[in-house]
Design a protein around this ligand. Structure first.
Ligand code: CP
Ligand code: NVA
Length: 317
C-alpha cells in the first residue's frame, strides 16, 4: 500500500490535523488537568484505548496508560515488537476488527504509512505514538513545557541541534503553527524532509513563525532553548558508525549552551525527548544542569495526551 492522503478530522498523525488553534486548546485543557486533576476523573469513563507498539517505549507507554486511567478509561498494551502491524493480517481487517471494540487506537510504528492506513480504515481516532516521520505527542509536550517556562509561543526562540528526524519534524510543524522562531541545525545531509518544511512554511505564513535550517552550529546564538535528540533513532542501528562520524561537532555541550544564552537575561533551557545517549549528543554537564527541563517534558507528555484524548473521544475538553 502506498500513501493514503485522507485522515479523519479526529486523528493525530502529524499535527497538521490540529492547527494552531487546536494545539492551543489542548494546552488550555492540559494546564487545567495538571492544576486540578480531580475535576477530570470521569472524562473517559467507559472508554477503551488500544496501544499498538512495534518499538520499545518508556515515556509514551507509561504516560498514555497512566493518563487514560486518571481519566477513568481503560488502556490495553499490545506488543507488536515481533509481529509488525499488517504482517499477520491486512491493516484493513485489523482496523475493522479494532473499531468494533475500542474507542481509540494509539500506535507506534516503523512506517508512517501504516498509521495512515489504520486511520483510513478505522472509524475510531488514531493517535501517532511515534513513526519514522513524526512524533506529534512529543512536540505537544515540548511546546507546553516551553509555554510554562517562557510564556508566549510567539516570541519563543527554539534551536534544534542534531538529526532532522521524526522529533525535529514534529517540532517544526508545532512551532510553525504557534508562530515561534525555530533554528534547525543539522550536519549536511541530515536536514528535515522538504515536504515537512513546505507544510511548515504554509503554517508560518498564517502564524508569523520563522524557520531557519542551517548546518552552522553558531546559529544557536541567542535562543530561549536548545533541543537535541539521539543521532541514531530506533530502527537505524545498522547506520550507527556512519551517523556517529557524521554528527561530530554537533554535540550539545556547555560551550554551545553558553553561545545559545548569549545576550539573554537567563541561561537557555536544555531539552531532549529522551531516551538520551549521554555524552554522545549531549554532555552529562548539560543534561544534568539547572537549565535542563527534560523531566518536565516527560511529565507533560501525560498532561497533553490526556487533553488530546479528551478532545478526540471524551465528553469535555
Ligand atoms: N520520548 C519518548 O517517546 O520516549 P519513549 O520512546 O520512551 O516512549
Ligand atoms: N528519534 C528517536 C525518538 C525517540 C523518542 C527515535 O525515533 O528513536
Amino acid at each position: 500500500m502506498t500513501m493514503i492522503a485522507a485522515t479523519k478530522a479526529a486523528d493525530l498523525l502529524t499535527l497538521d490535523e490540529l492547527g494552531g488553534e487546536g494545539v492551543r486548546q489542548i494546552f488550555e485543557t492540559a494546564a487545567a488537568m495538571k492544576a486540578t486533576p480531580g475535576e477530570f476523573r470521569g472524562v473517559l469513563s467507559g472508554k477503551s484505548v488500544i496501544m499498538l507498539f512495534e518499538k520499545p517505549s518508556l515515556r509514551t507507554r507509561v504516560s498514555f496508560e497512566v493518563g487514560v486511567a486518571r481519566l477513568g478509561g481503560h488502556a490495553m498494551f499490545y506488543d507488536h515488537g515481533s509481529v509488525k502491524i499488517g504482517e499477520r493480517e491486512s491493516v484493513k481487517d485489523y482496523a475493522k476488527n479494532l473499531e468494533r471494540w475500542v474507542d481509540c487506537i494509539v500506535a507506534r510504528v516503523f512506517k508512517h504509512n501504516i498509521l495512515e492506513e489504520l486511520a483510513f480504515y478505522s472509524s475510531k481516532p488514531v493517535v501517532n505514538a511515534l513513526s519514522d516521520m513524526h512524533h506529534p505527542c512529543q512536540a505537544l509536550a515540548d511546546f507546553f513545557t516551553l509555554r510554562e517556562r517562557v510564556g508566549s509561543d510567539e516570541s519563543l526562540k527554539l534551536a534544534y541541534v542534531g538529526d532532522g528526524n521524526n522529533v525535529a519534524h514534529s517540532l517544526i510543524l508545532a512551532g510553525a503553527m504557534l508562530g515561534s522562531h525555530l533554528t534547525i541545525v543539522t550536519p549536511p545531509g541530515f536536514e528535515p524532509q522538504f515536504d515537512v518544511l513546505r507544510r511548515a512554511m504554509a503554517h508560518a505564513q498564517k502564524s508569523g513563525a520563522k524557520i531557519t535550517v542551517t548546518n552552522d552550529v553558531e546559529a544557536v546564538e541567542g535562543h530561549d532553548a536548545v533541543y537535541t535528540d539521539v543521532w541514531v533513532s530506533m530502527g537505524q542501528a545498522s547506520q550507527q558508525a556512519f551517523r556517529l562520524a557524521a554528527f561530530q561537532g554537533y554535540q550539545v555541550d556547555a560551550e554551545l549552551m553558553a553561545l545559545a544564552s548569549k545576550g539573554r537575561p537567563m541561561p537557555a533551557f536544555f531539552m531532549h525527548c529522551l531516551p538520551a545517549n549521554r555524552n554522545i549528543e549531549v554532555t552529562d554537564e548539560v543534561i544534568d544542569s539547572a537549565s535542563s527541563v527534560v523531566y518536565d517534558q516527560a511529565e507533560n507528555r501525560m498532561h497533553v495526551q490526556m487533553a488530546l484524548l479528551a478532545k478526540l473521544m471524551g465528553q469535555r475538553a
